[in-house]
Ligand binder design. Structure first.
Ligand SMILES: NC(=O)c1ccc[n+]([C@@H]2O[C@H](COP(=O)([O-])OP(=O)(O)OC[C@H]3O[C@@H](n4cnc5c(N)ncnc54)[C@H](O)[C@@H]3O)[C@@H](O)[C@H]2O)c1
Ligand SMILES: [Mg+2]
Ligand SMILES: [Zn+2]
Length: 277
């Protein structure tokens, strides 16, 4: 038995046994034992299954995803969003569910060829959907996104979007566009969102962010010039905050929080935090 969570290309859907998770637009099915159910039991429940995907092995046991058409009722169970697992749940299970969510979303959104409109089929032994007529393969979608902590000595630049929880401020972030390097994207996003210039851009680390399919590339940058002008509609407020007087910050498992905690720890000579996977 190999301990831990290992994703897999594909599993045989006809082989019985293993664990299963069920996902609908309401999130993952959960009972008092958590979101993993004996697969054969789960398949006997009255659920409307769109597709079944083998997704990996947990402590050597195969794990499958049942992607549902609608959230059915299972006695003693409730539905729980992925964000709630990220915030409260056990980290290993969150990784399993984050992967399941990305595979389920991708397969649901690639049932038909984007070029000719015909039904696509799952490629054997490869995580890809295939259109025979076009010889086109569609792989799981991953969206590169830059996230950056901008600093000026003891001050850090944080902003809030109207979508954030009341009072919370975070680092700036945005999706890469075609034609951009990671650094180009970072400079453009910072200009768009706060009209500030940055220098000495340094890559710090990355994080999978399955909401729904971002790959966060985290950077640190120093302030180089300009006055903060928040982007209309996108940025509700942006300010320089002294590291000794920070506002409510993002969830501790986010790379946004890690970038902030890392800078503060280095500035104060404290032990450095660990980047959550
Ligand atoms: N893990 C973290 O700590 C953390 C922190 C902040 C943001 N994020 C994530 O970073 C990502 C980008 O942040 P943002 O929302 O500020 O982005 P952004 O500043 O680029 O603004 C969002 C806009 O980008 C466009 N967009 C949406 N999906 C896209 C895609 N896949 N590719 C290109 N453009 C797209 C839409 O017009 C959308 O309104 C989001 O997924 C967000 O959840 C993660
Ligand atoms: Mg943004
Ligand atoms: Zn096609």
């Amino acid at each position: 038995m190999t301990p831990g969570w290992i994703t897999t290309t594909l599993l045989d859907n006809d082989a019985p046994g293993g664990w299963a998770v069920a996902r609908s637009r309401e999130g993952f099915l959960l009972d008092d034992n958590g979101p993993l159910f004996p697969r054969e039991w789960l398949k006997r429940q009255d659920l409307s299954v769109l597709a079944e995907h083998g997704i990996g092995h947990l402590d050597g046991e195969p794990v499958y995803l049942l992607e549902l058409n609608s959230p059915g009722d299972v006695p003693g169970c409730r539905w729980h969003g992925l964000r709630a697992f990220m915030l409260q749940g056990d980290h290993r299970l969150y990784k399993v569910l984050g992967y399941a969510a990305q595979i389920g979303t991708w397969a649901r959104e690639h049932r038909f060829c984007g070029s000719c409109g015909q039904a696509m089929v799952q490629v054997p032994r490869e995580r890809a959907m295939f259109c025979q007529a076009c010889d086109l393969r569609s792989y799981p979608r991953i969206s590169p996104s830059m996230i950056v902590l901008i600093t000026r000595g003891d001050e850090i630049l944080l902003a809030r979007s109207p979508r954030f929880v009341t009072g919370v401020y975070s680092t700036l972030a945005g999706f890469a566009e075609p034609g951009e390097s990671a650094e180009d994207c970072l400079i453009r996003e910072v200009r768009e969102e706060v009209q500030v210039e940055v220098q000495n851009i340094q890559y710090v680390g990355s994080q999978c962010w399955p909401f729904p399919h971002s790959m966060m590339l985290g950077f640190h940058a120093e302030y180089a010039g300009g006055e903060i002008v928040p982007q209309a509609d996108e940025i509700e407020d942006a300010q320089w905050f002294n590291i000794h007087q920070l506002p409510p910050l993002p969830a501790s498992r986010s790379i946004a929080r890690y970038l902030i905690d890392l800078y503060v720890a280095r500035r104060l000579g404290h032990a450095e935090p660990v980047l959550p996977g």
